[in-house]
Design a protein around this ligand. Sequence first.
Ligand code: NAD
Length: 415
Amino acid sequence: MTTLNPFKIAQEQLDAAAQRLGLDSATHELLRWPQKELIVTIPIQMDDGKVRVFHGYRVQYNYARGPAKGGLRWHPEETIDTVRALAAWMTWKTAVVDIPLGGGKGGVTCNPKEMSETEKQRLARGYIRAVASMLSVTKDVPAPDVYTTPQIMAWMMDEYETLVGEHHPGVITGKPIPLGGSEGRGDATARGGIYVTREAAKVLGIDLREKTMAIQGFGNAGQHAALLGHELLGLKLVAVSDSRGGIYNPKGMDVKQAVDYKLRTGRLEGFPGAESISNEELLQLDVTVLFPSALENTITSSNAGKIRCKISCELANGPTTPEADDILYQNGVFVLPDFLANAGGVTVSYFEQVQNTYNFYWPLDEVHRRLDEKMTRAFHGVYQLYLKEKVTMRQAAYLVSVARVAEACKLRGWV
Ligand code: NAD
Protein backbone atom coordinates (compact mmCIF):
# COMPACT_ATOMS: atom_id res chain seq x y z
CA MET A 1 0.00 0.00 0.00
CA THR A 2 1.47 3.32 -1.04
CA THR A 3 1.50 6.15 1.48
CA LEU A 4 1.27 9.72 0.28
CA ASN A 5 4.75 10.52 1.57
CA PRO A 6 6.31 11.88 -1.66
CA PHE A 7 9.71 10.38 -0.89
CA LYS A 8 8.22 6.90 -0.40
CA ILE A 9 6.43 7.37 -3.72
CA ALA A 10 9.70 8.43 -5.40
CA GLN A 11 11.43 5.33 -3.97
CA GLU A 12 8.59 3.09 -5.11
CA GLN A 13 8.78 4.49 -8.64
CA LEU A 14 12.53 3.90 -8.67
CA ASP A 15 12.11 0.32 -7.35
CA ALA A 16 9.87 -0.54 -10.31
CA ALA A 17 12.41 0.85 -12.78
CA ALA A 18 15.32 -0.88 -11.04
CA GLN A 19 13.52 -4.19 -11.27
CA ARG A 20 12.70 -3.77 -14.96
CA LEU A 21 16.28 -2.69 -15.73
CA GLY A 22 17.70 -5.58 -13.67
CA LEU A 23 19.89 -3.17 -11.64
CA ASP A 24 22.30 -4.85 -9.24
CA SER A 25 21.39 -4.40 -5.57
CA ALA A 26 24.22 -1.93 -4.76
CA THR A 27 23.30 0.44 -7.59
CA HIS A 28 19.64 0.15 -6.67
CA GLU A 29 20.35 0.94 -3.00
CA LEU A 30 22.59 3.90 -3.93
CA LEU A 31 19.85 5.38 -6.12
CA ARG A 32 17.18 4.97 -3.41
CA TRP A 33 18.80 7.56 -1.13
CA PRO A 34 20.22 11.08 -1.25
CA GLN A 35 24.00 11.22 -1.40
CA LYS A 36 24.17 14.22 0.92
CA GLU A 37 21.76 16.31 2.95
CA LEU A 38 21.90 19.23 5.34
CA ILE A 39 19.18 20.32 7.78
CA VAL A 40 19.60 23.76 9.31
CA THR A 41 17.92 26.21 11.66
CA ILE A 42 17.80 29.83 10.54
CA PRO A 43 17.12 32.45 13.24
CA ILE A 44 15.67 35.59 11.62
CA GLN A 45 14.74 38.89 13.21
CA MET A 46 11.19 39.70 12.10
CA ASP A 47 9.91 43.23 11.50
CA ASP A 48 8.34 43.34 14.98
CA GLY A 49 11.81 42.85 16.51
CA LYS A 50 11.18 39.25 17.63
CA VAL A 51 13.42 36.39 16.47
CA ARG A 52 11.79 33.45 14.66
CA VAL A 53 13.62 30.23 13.97
CA PHE A 54 12.98 28.71 10.53
CA HIS A 55 13.86 25.17 9.46
CA GLY A 56 15.71 24.77 6.17
CA TYR A 57 16.94 21.89 4.03
CA ARG A 58 19.29 21.21 1.13
CA VAL A 59 19.50 17.74 -0.38
CA GLN A 60 21.94 16.57 -3.04
CA TYR A 61 20.29 13.42 -4.31
CA ASN A 62 22.80 12.24 -6.87
CA TYR A 63 25.74 14.04 -8.49
CA ALA A 64 27.27 11.28 -10.63
CA ARG A 65 26.39 13.10 -13.89
CA GLY A 66 27.35 16.62 -12.70
CA PRO A 67 26.75 19.22 -9.97
CA ALA A 68 23.45 18.86 -8.11
CA LYS A 69 20.75 21.13 -9.49
CA GLY A 70 17.32 21.96 -8.15
CA GLY A 71 14.94 24.59 -6.87
CA LEU A 72 14.18 26.05 -3.47
CA ARG A 73 10.63 25.82 -2.18
CA TRP A 74 9.28 28.05 0.58
CA HIS A 75 6.10 26.45 1.83
CA PRO A 76 4.39 25.94 5.22
CA GLU A 77 4.21 22.18 4.64
CA GLU A 78 7.81 21.73 3.48
CA THR A 79 9.50 18.71 5.10
CA ILE A 80 12.78 16.87 4.59
CA ASP A 81 10.86 14.10 2.79
CA THR A 82 9.27 16.50 0.30
CA VAL A 83 12.72 17.91 -0.41
CA ARG A 84 14.20 14.41 -0.80
CA ALA A 85 11.46 13.43 -3.26
CA LEU A 86 11.87 16.60 -5.28
CA ALA A 87 15.66 16.09 -5.29
CA ALA A 88 15.20 12.53 -6.58
CA TRP A 89 12.88 13.74 -9.34
CA MET A 90 15.46 16.43 -10.25
CA THR A 91 18.03 13.65 -10.72
CA TRP A 92 15.76 11.84 -13.16
CA LYS A 93 14.81 15.14 -14.82
CA THR A 94 18.34 16.28 -15.67
CA ALA A 95 19.02 12.76 -16.94
CA VAL A 96 15.91 12.49 -19.14
CA VAL A 97 16.80 15.71 -21.01
CA ASP A 98 20.45 14.61 -20.96
CA ILE A 99 22.08 17.68 -19.46
CA PRO A 100 25.35 17.24 -17.52
CA LEU A 101 23.91 17.85 -14.04
CA GLY A 102 22.77 15.85 -11.05
CA GLY A 103 19.70 16.40 -8.89
CA GLY A 104 19.18 18.42 -5.74
CA LYS A 105 16.50 20.43 -4.00
CA GLY A 106 16.08 22.72 -1.03
CA GLY A 107 13.46 24.46 0.97
CA VAL A 108 12.40 26.34 4.04
CA THR A 109 9.28 25.65 6.10
CA CYS A 110 7.64 29.08 6.11
CA ASN A 111 4.64 30.97 4.79
CA PRO A 112 5.94 33.71 2.46
CA LYS A 113 2.39 35.04 2.01
CA GLU A 114 2.60 36.29 5.62
CA MET A 115 6.11 37.76 5.36
CA SER A 116 7.21 41.27 4.37
CA GLU A 117 9.81 41.86 1.66
CA THR A 118 12.45 42.70 4.27
CA GLU A 119 11.72 39.50 6.20
CA LYS A 120 11.97 37.49 2.97
CA GLN A 121 15.31 39.13 2.18
CA ARG A 122 16.68 38.29 5.66
CA LEU A 123 15.47 34.69 5.29
CA ALA A 124 17.03 34.37 1.80
CA ARG A 125 20.37 35.59 3.11
CA GLY A 126 20.13 33.51 6.31
CA TYR A 127 19.41 30.38 4.30
CA ILE A 128 22.46 30.92 2.09
CA ARG A 129 24.74 31.50 5.09
CA ALA A 130 23.44 28.26 6.62
CA VAL A 131 23.91 26.04 3.53
CA ALA A 132 26.82 27.83 1.79
CA SER A 133 29.18 24.90 2.40
CA MET A 134 26.96 22.75 0.14
CA LEU A 135 26.88 25.24 -2.75
CA SER A 136 29.14 26.30 -5.63
CA VAL A 137 28.94 26.28 -9.42
CA THR A 138 30.74 22.94 -9.41
CA LYS A 139 28.87 21.40 -6.44
CA ASP A 140 25.23 22.40 -6.24
CA VAL A 141 23.20 25.15 -7.91
CA PRO A 142 19.75 26.20 -6.58
CA ALA A 143 16.90 27.85 -8.54
CA PRO A 144 13.32 29.05 -7.89
CA ASP A 145 10.40 26.75 -7.08
CA VAL A 146 7.06 27.23 -5.33
CA TYR A 147 6.82 30.69 -3.69
CA THR A 148 10.41 31.69 -4.49
CA THR A 149 11.12 34.32 -7.13
CA PRO A 150 13.91 35.87 -9.27
CA GLN A 151 14.23 38.61 -6.60
CA ILE A 152 14.84 35.96 -3.92
CA MET A 153 17.46 34.35 -6.19
CA ALA A 154 19.15 37.79 -6.56
CA TRP A 155 19.43 38.24 -2.76
CA MET A 156 20.77 34.70 -2.43
CA MET A 157 23.38 35.18 -5.16
CA ASP A 158 24.48 38.44 -3.55
CA GLU A 159 24.84 36.78 -0.14
CA TYR A 160 26.89 33.94 -1.61
CA GLU A 161 29.15 36.34 -3.54
CA THR A 162 29.61 38.43 -0.38
CA LEU A 163 30.67 35.31 1.54
CA VAL A 164 33.23 34.17 -1.05
CA GLY A 165 34.31 37.68 -2.12
CA GLU A 166 34.02 37.02 -5.86
CA HIS A 167 31.44 37.08 -8.62
CA HIS A 168 29.80 33.68 -9.11
CA PRO A 169 26.51 34.32 -10.94
CA GLY A 170 26.30 30.65 -11.94
CA VAL A 171 25.86 29.58 -8.30
CA ILE A 172 22.13 30.15 -8.63
CA THR A 173 19.79 30.24 -11.63
CA GLY A 174 16.43 31.87 -12.27
CA LYS A 175 18.06 35.26 -11.51
CA PRO A 176 16.72 38.54 -12.87
CA ILE A 177 18.17 39.22 -16.35
CA PRO A 178 20.30 42.27 -15.28
CA LEU A 179 22.15 40.01 -12.79
CA GLY A 180 22.99 37.24 -15.27
CA GLY A 181 19.62 35.57 -15.71
CA SER A 182 18.85 33.97 -19.05
CA GLU A 183 16.38 35.23 -21.57
CA GLY A 184 13.49 32.78 -21.61
CA ARG A 185 13.91 31.38 -18.07
CA GLY A 186 10.65 32.94 -16.83
CA ASP A 187 8.35 30.80 -18.97
CA ALA A 188 10.74 27.89 -19.60
CA THR A 189 8.96 25.28 -17.46
CA ALA A 190 5.62 25.85 -19.17
CA ARG A 191 7.20 26.27 -22.62
CA GLY A 192 8.95 22.90 -22.31
CA GLY A 193 5.58 21.37 -21.30
CA ILE A 194 3.93 22.95 -24.32
CA TYR A 195 6.61 21.54 -26.65
CA VAL A 196 6.10 17.99 -25.34
CA THR A 197 2.30 18.41 -25.47
CA ARG A 198 2.69 19.39 -29.14
CA GLU A 199 4.75 16.23 -29.79
CA ALA A 200 2.29 14.05 -27.86
CA ALA A 201 -0.63 15.41 -29.88
CA LYS A 202 1.27 14.60 -33.09
CA VAL A 203 1.86 10.97 -32.17
CA LEU A 204 -1.71 10.62 -30.86
CA GLY A 205 -3.17 12.21 -34.00
CA ILE A 206 -4.94 15.03 -32.11
CA ASP A 207 -5.30 18.48 -33.70
CA LEU A 208 -5.11 20.80 -30.68
CA ARG A 209 -6.39 23.99 -32.33
CA GLU A 210 -9.61 25.21 -30.66
CA LYS A 211 -9.50 22.24 -28.27
CA THR A 212 -9.85 22.82 -24.53
CA MET A 213 -7.40 23.06 -21.62
CA ALA A 214 -7.83 23.22 -17.83
CA ILE A 215 -5.08 24.35 -15.50
CA GLN A 216 -4.77 23.52 -11.80
CA GLY A 217 -2.41 25.99 -10.07
CA PHE A 218 -1.95 29.47 -11.48
CA GLY A 219 1.57 30.54 -10.56
CA ASN A 220 4.68 30.62 -12.73
CA ALA A 221 4.05 27.25 -14.39
CA GLY A 222 0.25 27.52 -14.72
CA GLN A 223 0.05 31.09 -15.99
CA HIS A 224 2.65 30.56 -18.68
CA ALA A 225 1.02 27.27 -19.68
CA ALA A 226 -2.22 29.19 -20.25
CA LEU A 227 -0.51 31.90 -22.31
CA LEU A 228 1.66 29.54 -24.36
CA GLY A 229 -0.98 26.82 -24.71
CA HIS A 230 -3.12 29.43 -26.40
CA GLU A 231 -0.36 31.18 -28.37
CA LEU A 232 1.59 28.15 -29.62
CA LEU A 233 -1.04 25.38 -29.73
CA GLY A 234 -4.32 27.29 -30.19
CA LEU A 235 -5.83 25.74 -27.04
CA LYS A 236 -8.86 27.36 -25.41
CA LEU A 237 -8.72 27.92 -21.61
CA VAL A 238 -11.98 26.72 -20.02
CA ALA A 239 -10.98 26.35 -16.36
CA VAL A 240 -8.22 27.44 -14.02
CA SER A 241 -7.69 27.27 -10.25
CA ASP A 242 -5.38 28.39 -7.48
CA SER A 243 -5.11 27.44 -3.80
CA ARG A 244 -8.43 29.20 -3.05
CA GLY A 245 -10.52 27.55 -5.79
CA GLY A 246 -11.19 27.91 -9.47
CA ILE A 247 -13.19 29.49 -12.29
CA TYR A 248 -14.88 27.88 -15.30
CA ASN A 249 -16.31 29.07 -18.58
CA PRO A 250 -17.06 26.32 -21.13
CA LYS A 251 -16.95 28.86 -23.97
CA GLY A 252 -13.36 29.78 -23.14
CA MET A 253 -11.70 32.67 -21.30
CA ASP A 254 -9.38 35.38 -22.51
CA VAL A 255 -6.04 34.05 -21.30
CA LYS A 256 -4.23 37.39 -21.00
CA GLN A 257 -7.12 38.92 -19.08
CA ALA A 258 -7.21 35.92 -16.70
CA VAL A 259 -3.46 36.25 -16.01
CA ASP A 260 -3.73 40.04 -15.56
CA TYR A 261 -6.68 39.56 -13.21
CA LYS A 262 -4.76 37.06 -11.06
CA LEU A 263 -1.65 39.28 -10.98
CA ARG A 264 -3.69 42.38 -10.14
CA THR A 265 -6.02 40.92 -7.51
CA GLY A 266 -4.04 37.91 -6.28
CA ARG A 267 -7.06 35.65 -6.87
CA LEU A 268 -9.30 34.15 -9.56
CA GLU A 269 -12.77 34.36 -8.02
CA GLY A 270 -14.81 37.19 -9.46
CA PHE A 271 -13.23 36.97 -12.93
CA PRO A 272 -15.93 38.37 -15.27
CA GLY A 273 -18.01 35.84 -17.17
CA ALA A 274 -16.78 32.76 -15.30
CA GLU A 275 -18.51 30.62 -12.69
CA SER A 276 -16.79 29.06 -9.64
CA ILE A 277 -15.48 25.54 -9.76
CA SER A 278 -13.65 23.50 -7.13
CA ASN A 279 -10.17 22.11 -7.71
CA GLU A 280 -11.64 18.61 -7.68
CA GLU A 281 -14.28 19.44 -10.31
CA LEU A 282 -11.65 21.08 -12.50
CA LEU A 283 -9.54 17.92 -12.55
CA GLN A 284 -12.54 15.89 -13.77
CA LEU A 285 -13.51 18.14 -16.70
CA ASP A 286 -13.78 16.60 -20.16
CA VAL A 287 -10.92 18.65 -21.65
CA THR A 288 -8.28 17.76 -24.22
CA VAL A 289 -5.32 18.84 -22.10
CA LEU A 290 -5.12 19.06 -18.31
CA PHE A 291 -2.12 20.84 -16.79
CA PRO A 292 -1.69 19.85 -13.10
CA SER A 293 0.51 22.82 -12.12
CA ALA A 294 0.22 23.08 -8.33
CA LEU A 295 1.59 20.53 -5.86
CA GLU A 296 2.07 16.79 -5.20
CA ASN A 297 -0.64 14.13 -4.76
CA THR A 298 -3.40 15.85 -6.69
CA ILE A 299 -4.48 12.83 -8.75
CA THR A 300 -4.83 9.83 -6.43
CA SER A 301 -6.60 6.46 -6.48
CA SER A 302 -9.76 8.21 -5.25
CA ASN A 303 -10.19 10.56 -8.24
CA ALA A 304 -8.07 9.03 -11.04
CA GLY A 305 -11.03 7.01 -12.36
CA LYS A 306 -12.93 10.26 -12.98
CA ILE A 307 -10.19 12.05 -14.94
CA ARG A 308 -11.44 12.52 -18.51
CA CYS A 309 -8.72 14.57 -20.26
CA LYS A 310 -6.90 13.10 -23.27
CA ILE A 311 -3.45 14.37 -22.23
CA SER A 312 -2.29 15.20 -18.68
CA CYS A 313 0.80 17.39 -18.92
CA GLU A 314 2.30 17.40 -15.43
CA LEU A 315 3.95 20.75 -14.88
CA ALA A 316 3.81 20.18 -11.10
CA ASN A 317 6.20 17.72 -9.51
CA GLY A 318 4.61 14.53 -8.24
CA PRO A 319 0.94 15.34 -8.94
CA THR A 320 -0.02 11.69 -9.63
CA THR A 321 0.37 8.76 -7.21
CA PRO A 322 1.50 5.33 -8.52
CA GLU A 323 -1.99 3.78 -8.12
CA ALA A 324 -3.52 6.71 -9.97
CA ASP A 325 -0.94 6.29 -12.73
CA ASP A 326 -2.10 2.73 -13.36
CA ILE A 327 -5.75 3.83 -13.48
CA LEU A 328 -5.00 6.64 -15.96
CA TYR A 329 -3.01 4.23 -18.15
CA GLN A 330 -5.85 1.69 -18.19
CA ASN A 331 -8.34 4.46 -19.02
CA GLY A 332 -6.27 5.69 -21.96
CA VAL A 333 -5.22 9.06 -20.48
CA PHE A 334 -1.86 9.94 -22.02
CA VAL A 335 0.35 11.22 -19.18
CA LEU A 336 3.34 13.43 -19.85
CA PRO A 337 5.17 12.63 -16.59
CA ASP A 338 6.40 15.47 -14.38
CA PHE A 339 10.13 15.06 -14.75
CA LEU A 340 9.82 15.05 -18.53
CA ALA A 341 6.97 17.57 -18.89
CA ASN A 342 8.44 20.21 -16.58
CA ALA A 343 12.11 19.76 -17.50
CA GLY A 344 12.10 23.00 -19.52
CA GLY A 345 12.83 24.97 -16.34
CA VAL A 346 16.01 23.13 -15.45
CA THR A 347 17.07 23.01 -19.10
CA VAL A 348 17.03 26.80 -19.38
CA SER A 349 18.63 27.01 -15.92
CA TYR A 350 21.43 24.93 -17.40
CA PHE A 351 21.61 27.32 -20.37
CA GLU A 352 21.81 30.16 -17.82
CA GLN A 353 24.79 28.49 -16.11
CA VAL A 354 26.51 27.96 -19.46
CA GLN A 355 26.03 31.65 -20.34
CA ASN A 356 27.28 32.71 -16.89
CA THR A 357 30.40 30.59 -17.32
CA TYR A 358 31.17 32.11 -20.74
CA ASN A 359 29.97 35.57 -19.64
CA PHE A 360 28.30 35.75 -23.05
CA TYR A 361 24.54 35.84 -23.45
CA TRP A 362 22.20 34.36 -26.05
CA PRO A 363 19.19 36.03 -27.66
CA LEU A 364 15.71 34.73 -26.80
CA ASP A 365 15.17 32.88 -30.10
CA GLU A 366 18.35 30.88 -29.52
CA VAL A 367 17.16 29.83 -26.04
CA HIS A 368 13.79 28.76 -27.50
CA ARG A 369 15.40 26.82 -30.35
CA ARG A 370 17.78 24.95 -28.05
CA LEU A 371 14.99 24.23 -25.53
CA ASP A 372 12.73 22.89 -28.27
CA GLU A 373 15.50 20.58 -29.50
CA LYS A 374 16.14 19.19 -26.00
CA MET A 375 12.47 18.67 -25.12
CA THR A 376 11.52 17.17 -28.48
CA ARG A 377 14.43 14.72 -28.38
CA ALA A 378 13.64 13.74 -24.78
CA PHE A 379 9.95 13.18 -25.58
CA HIS A 380 10.65 10.88 -28.51
CA GLY A 381 13.30 8.91 -26.59
CA VAL A 382 10.76 8.20 -23.85
CA TYR A 383 7.90 7.59 -26.31
CA GLN A 384 9.87 4.97 -28.23
CA LEU A 385 10.50 3.05 -25.03
CA TYR A 386 6.82 3.43 -24.04
CA LEU A 387 5.83 1.73 -27.30
CA LYS A 388 8.52 -0.92 -27.10
CA GLU A 389 8.14 -1.88 -23.41
CA LYS A 390 4.34 -1.35 -23.19
CA VAL A 391 4.68 0.56 -19.90
CA THR A 392 3.33 3.94 -18.76
CA MET A 393 5.08 7.05 -20.06
CA ARG A 394 6.35 7.62 -16.49
CA GLN A 395 7.86 4.15 -16.30
CA ALA A 396 9.44 4.67 -19.73
CA ALA A 397 10.93 7.99 -18.57
CA TYR A 398 12.30 6.25 -15.46
CA LEU A 399 13.91 3.56 -17.60
CA VAL A 400 15.75 6.22 -19.66
CA SER A 401 16.89 8.27 -16.65
CA VAL A 402 17.77 5.55 -14.18
CA ALA A 403 19.85 3.75 -16.82
CA ARG A 404 21.80 6.98 -17.49
CA VAL A 405 22.45 7.74 -13.81
CA ALA A 406 23.33 4.10 -13.06
CA GLU A 407 25.81 4.11 -15.95
CA ALA A 408 27.51 7.26 -14.58
CA CYS A 409 27.77 5.68 -11.09
CA LYS A 410 29.32 2.57 -12.60
CA LEU A 411 31.79 4.50 -14.78
CA ARG A 412 32.94 6.37 -11.66
CA GLY A 413 33.57 3.05 -9.97
CA TRP A 414 31.08 3.71 -7.17
CA VAL A 415 29.22 0.45 -7.65
P1 NAD B 1 4.18 29.22 -7.88
O1 NAD B 1 4.49 29.51 -6.47
O2 NAD B 1 4.51 30.25 -8.89
O3 NAD B 1 2.61 28.86 -8.05
C1 NAD B 1 1.98 27.83 -7.35
C2 NAD B 1 0.51 27.92 -7.67
O4 NAD B 1 -0.17 26.77 -7.16
C3 NAD B 1 -0.19 29.14 -7.06
O5 NAD B 1 -1.09 29.69 -8.01
C4 NAD B 1 -0.99 28.54 -5.89
O6 NAD B 1 -2.16 29.29 -5.61
C5 NAD B 1 -1.34 27.19 -6.49
N1 NAD B 1 -1.71 26.21 -5.50
C6 NAD B 1 -1.10 25.91 -4.33
N2 NAD B 1 -1.77 24.93 -3.70
C7 NAD B 1 -2.83 24.61 -4.49
C8 NAD B 1 -3.90 23.69 -4.40
N3 NAD B 1 -4.01 22.88 -3.34
N4 NAD B 1 -4.79 23.64 -5.42
C9 NAD B 1 -4.69 24.45 -6.49
N5 NAD B 1 -3.69 25.34 -6.64
C10 NAD B 1 -2.79 25.43 -5.65
O7 NAD B 1 4.90 27.84 -8.20
P2 NAD B 1 5.35 27.27 -9.61
O8 NAD B 1 6.77 27.64 -9.82
O9 NAD B 1 4.34 27.60 -10.65
O10 NAD B 1 5.34 25.71 -9.30
C11 NAD B 1 4.16 24.90 -9.46
C12 NAD B 1 4.59 23.45 -9.61
O11 NAD B 1 5.48 23.36 -10.72
C13 NAD B 1 5.34 22.87 -8.41
O12 NAD B 1 5.04 21.51 -8.27
C14 NAD B 1 6.79 23.03 -8.81
O13 NAD B 1 7.65 22.13 -8.14
C15 NAD B 1 6.67 22.73 -10.30
N6 NAD B 1 7.80 23.21 -11.08
C16 NAD B 1 8.11 24.55 -11.15
C17 NAD B 1 9.21 24.93 -11.91
C18 NAD B 1 9.59 26.37 -12.09
O14 NAD B 1 10.53 26.65 -12.86
N7 NAD B 1 8.91 27.32 -11.47
C19 NAD B 1 9.99 23.97 -12.58
C20 NAD B 1 9.62 22.63 -12.51
C21 NAD B 1 8.53 22.26 -11.75
